[in-house]
Ligand binder design. Structure first.
Ligand SMILES: Cc1ncc(COP(=O)(O)O)c(C=O)c1O
Length: 370
């Protein structure tokens, strides 16, 4: 298959429900797409304006400042203390890296790319674009011979599934048996809520408790889109195995895949500031605390969702019926079928709406249950 064979963009199917929800007398509450709604923090906007003289080509490998900032961030926020600048590479947001990784690793026909059963669709898109074979499989024991790349997503989009140190270690062991690259998409790692993640940080695949001291064939992917309201800047990075990072660097130099210089500067500043991340997390917590009990009161069960930006909910009927019910309340949700064939009866509710709109949605949901 090639890029020409990609399906229509699935979100187009939601448009009629958006129109239906917009008819609500108190207006639409859009909880469908996880696009940040809060302003980019001032400290980052100032950094961007400091860097508007960008006459020279940016460095694909990243400026020394951004590379150091990524290394420091892993040590400070993720407990990954043994990286050097040769283990990290900035990317233009993480979606392009997710979509291109199979091709950049040289994968193609006959190679298997594993991704979660309930998953962000770009893992499959990337495998197909490279001509490889995508396989939805969660249990490391079920990852077959012939697997060349394994994507895990922790905390997961859409279901919030979060891998413990022991689970990550089992994934690493299986990847090593297969000689496969294990790439962990960790872009919601700062958003832990319940269970163990109420009190301890979400572990990275690069955590020394997971790697046992060897990063060979392991990659962690992170994005500033959500933690820093930087989705419009396109600011992310990949880190891990120095050999693979070096190969990606060479390929990306040839392809011109480098973040703009002003963004690299803004990224370095954003990564050094924990305060705005804590403030943003507090906002999402407030929205989650409003929404979660109201969704349950309206007859939904919430599965997973112990971390991340979403509530993954079901009322035990077809997702599109739930989408229609919510549209009549003026609430737009994301349909489970967009995330794989295992989620025909789930919907995804994003915490990315202004707090007063989330409060409105919560009120409508409670009233619908009366
Ligand atoms: C699991 C996952 N990975 C990657 C991305 C891409 O993020 P970005 O390209 O903004 O860095 C998203 C965006 O929603 C996501 O949910």
């Amino acid at each position: 298959m090639s890029v020409r064979d990609l399906a229509d963009y699935p979100w187009d199917a939601v448009v009629p429900f958006r129109e239906r929800a917009a008819q609500h007398p108190d207006g639409l509450v859009d909880l469908s797409i996880g696009s940040p709604v809060d302003p980019t923090p001032d400290v980052i906007r100032r950094a961007l304006t400091e860097a508007t003289d960008a006459h020279a080509y940016p460095q694909t490998v990243g400026t020394p400042a951004v590379r150091e900032a990524i290394v420091d961030w892993y040590a400070r926020r993720r407990g990954v203390t043994d990286l050097s600048v040769d283990n990290v590479l900035p990317t233009i947001g993480s979606k392009e890296l997710v979509a291109l990784l199979p091709a950049l690793l040289g994968l193609g026909e006959g190679d298997i790319v594993v991704h979660p059963r309930v998953a962000y669709p770009t893992y499959e898109v990337g495998a197909r674009t490279a001509g490889a074979t995508p396989l939805a499989a969660d249990d490391p024991a079920s990852w077959p011979e012939g697997t060349k790349l394994i994507w895990i997503n922790t905390p997961g989009n859409p279901d919030g599934r979060t891998w413990t140190v022991d689970e990550l270690s089992a994934a690493v062991r299986r990847a090593r048996e297969l000689g496969a690259v294990l790439a962990s998409d960790e872009c919601y790692a700062e958003l832990g809520w319940d269970g163990p993640w109420a009190s301890e940080p979400v572990p990275s695949v690069l955590d020394p408790r997971v790697t046992g001291g060897s990063r060979a064939n392991l990659l962690s992917v992170y994005s500033l889109s959500k933690q820093s309201n930087l989705a419009g800047y396109r600011a992310a990075f990949v880190a891990g195995c120095a050999r693979i990072v070096g190969e990606l660097l060479t390929a990306r130099k040839h392809l011109g895949l480098m973040p703009p210089a002003p963004i690299q500067h803004a990224m370095a500043v954003a990564l050094g500031d924990d305060e705005h991340v804590a403030a943003q997390k507090a906002l999402y917590r407030e929205r989650r605390d409003l929404l979660r009990p109201a969704v349950e009161a309206a007859g939904f069960r919430i599965d997973g969702s112990e971390a991340g930006l979403y509530l993954w909910a079901t009322e035990g009927r077809d997702a599109w019926d739930s989408i229609a019910r919510l549209a009549d309340l003026g609430i737009l949700a994301g349909p489970g079928p967009f995330y794989g064939s295992d989620s025909a009866e789930h919907i995804r509710l994003s915490l990315t709406a202004p707090t007063e709109r989330v409060a409105d949605a919560a009120r409508r949901l409670r009233e619908s249950a009366l």
